[in-house]
Design a protein around this ligand. Structure first.
Ligand SMILES: C[S@@+](CC[C@H](N)C(=O)[O-])C[C@H]1O[C@@H](n2cnc3c(N)ncnc32)[C@H](O)[C@@H]1O
Length: 230
């Protein structure tokens, strides 16, 4: 496993005032509605897409990947890395999926990943969840992660990029609070959830962007299904 820096736990901040909570929820809802438009989401993410994906590039030979399952694929953000492979992307947002279908090769499916069953018992050597799981509560994560582990081929892995909670008051803390996903977790909590079904192969904390003020504290986790790893 990669050596890694410990992540500060989220400090106790007390109960936020009702008005503050209301303002945050409204701001988050407005941002959410704007970012549901594929072109605007792409524009907002464009400067950061490479930095978010960088640890996957460092730890894997992407050219050797054969079959990809990308859950919460958005408007095809990650599809371009896998042009040579058989790629399936799944997302809840039909506008994202329509956008991705116009731009990338592959199968793009509108579906809730929580109920996804791979067609014909398909197995994937690269199962990717980039910034999806902080949209799901613990129960949903516990439902999804074993499903993902069950889709992995004998030589494959699950690759997770996730948002880690940040200390306040920093830009990263503010962006996490305003994020559409309500379930940003500490590094320890993420590792606990992943560890229920996956044995870690790589576990790396990193900042996005890599230089300048941190906007997102991220975690890259690469794991093997526990049953297979045992
Ligand atoms: C932060 S975006 C990340 C998109 C993409 N993976 C990327 O790297 O840009 C989270 C994505 O998860 C999708 N999503 C959230 N909950 C979902 C669910 N239950 N099933 C399928 N997709 C979901 C959203 O529609 C959104 O596209």
């Amino acid at each position: 496993m990669s050596r890694d820096t410990a992540c500060d736990p989220l400090p106790s901040v007390g109960r936020p005032a009702r008005a503050t909570l209301g303002v945050r929820r409204s701001a988050s809802a407005v941002i959410g509605r704007v970012l549901e438009r594929p072109a605007l989401y792409r524009l907002w993410q464009r400067p950061f897409v490479y930095a978010k994906f960088a640890p996957i590039g460092r730890h894997n030979d992407l050219g050797a990947v054969r079959r990809v399952l990308d859950v919460g694929c958005g408007p095809g953000t990650n599809a371009g890395w896998f042009r040579h492979a058989r790629y399936t992307g799944i997302d809840l947002n039909p506008a994202y999926v329509a956008y991705a279908r116009q731009r990338y090769r592959g199968d793009f499916v509108v579906a809730d990943v929580r109920g996804f069953v791979p067609p014909d018992g398909a197995r994937f050597d690269f199962v990717l969840a980039n910034s999806l799981l902080h949209h799901l509560d613990d129960d949903a994560c516990r439902e999804l992660l074993p499903r993902l582990a069950g889709c992995v081929s004998t030589d494959g892995h699950v690759h997770i990029l996730e948002l880690v909670s940040a200390r306040r008051p920093t830009p990263a803390w503010l962006l996490a609070r305003l994020d559409r996903g309500s379930f940003t977790r500490s590094r320890e909590t993420w590792l606990g959830l992943f560890g229920e079904v996956l044995a870690p192969v790589v576990c790396e904390s990193y900042a996005v962007p890599a230089v300048g003020p941190t906007l997102w504290n991220m975690l890259y986790f690469k794991g093997r299904p526990l049953a297979a790893a045992g």
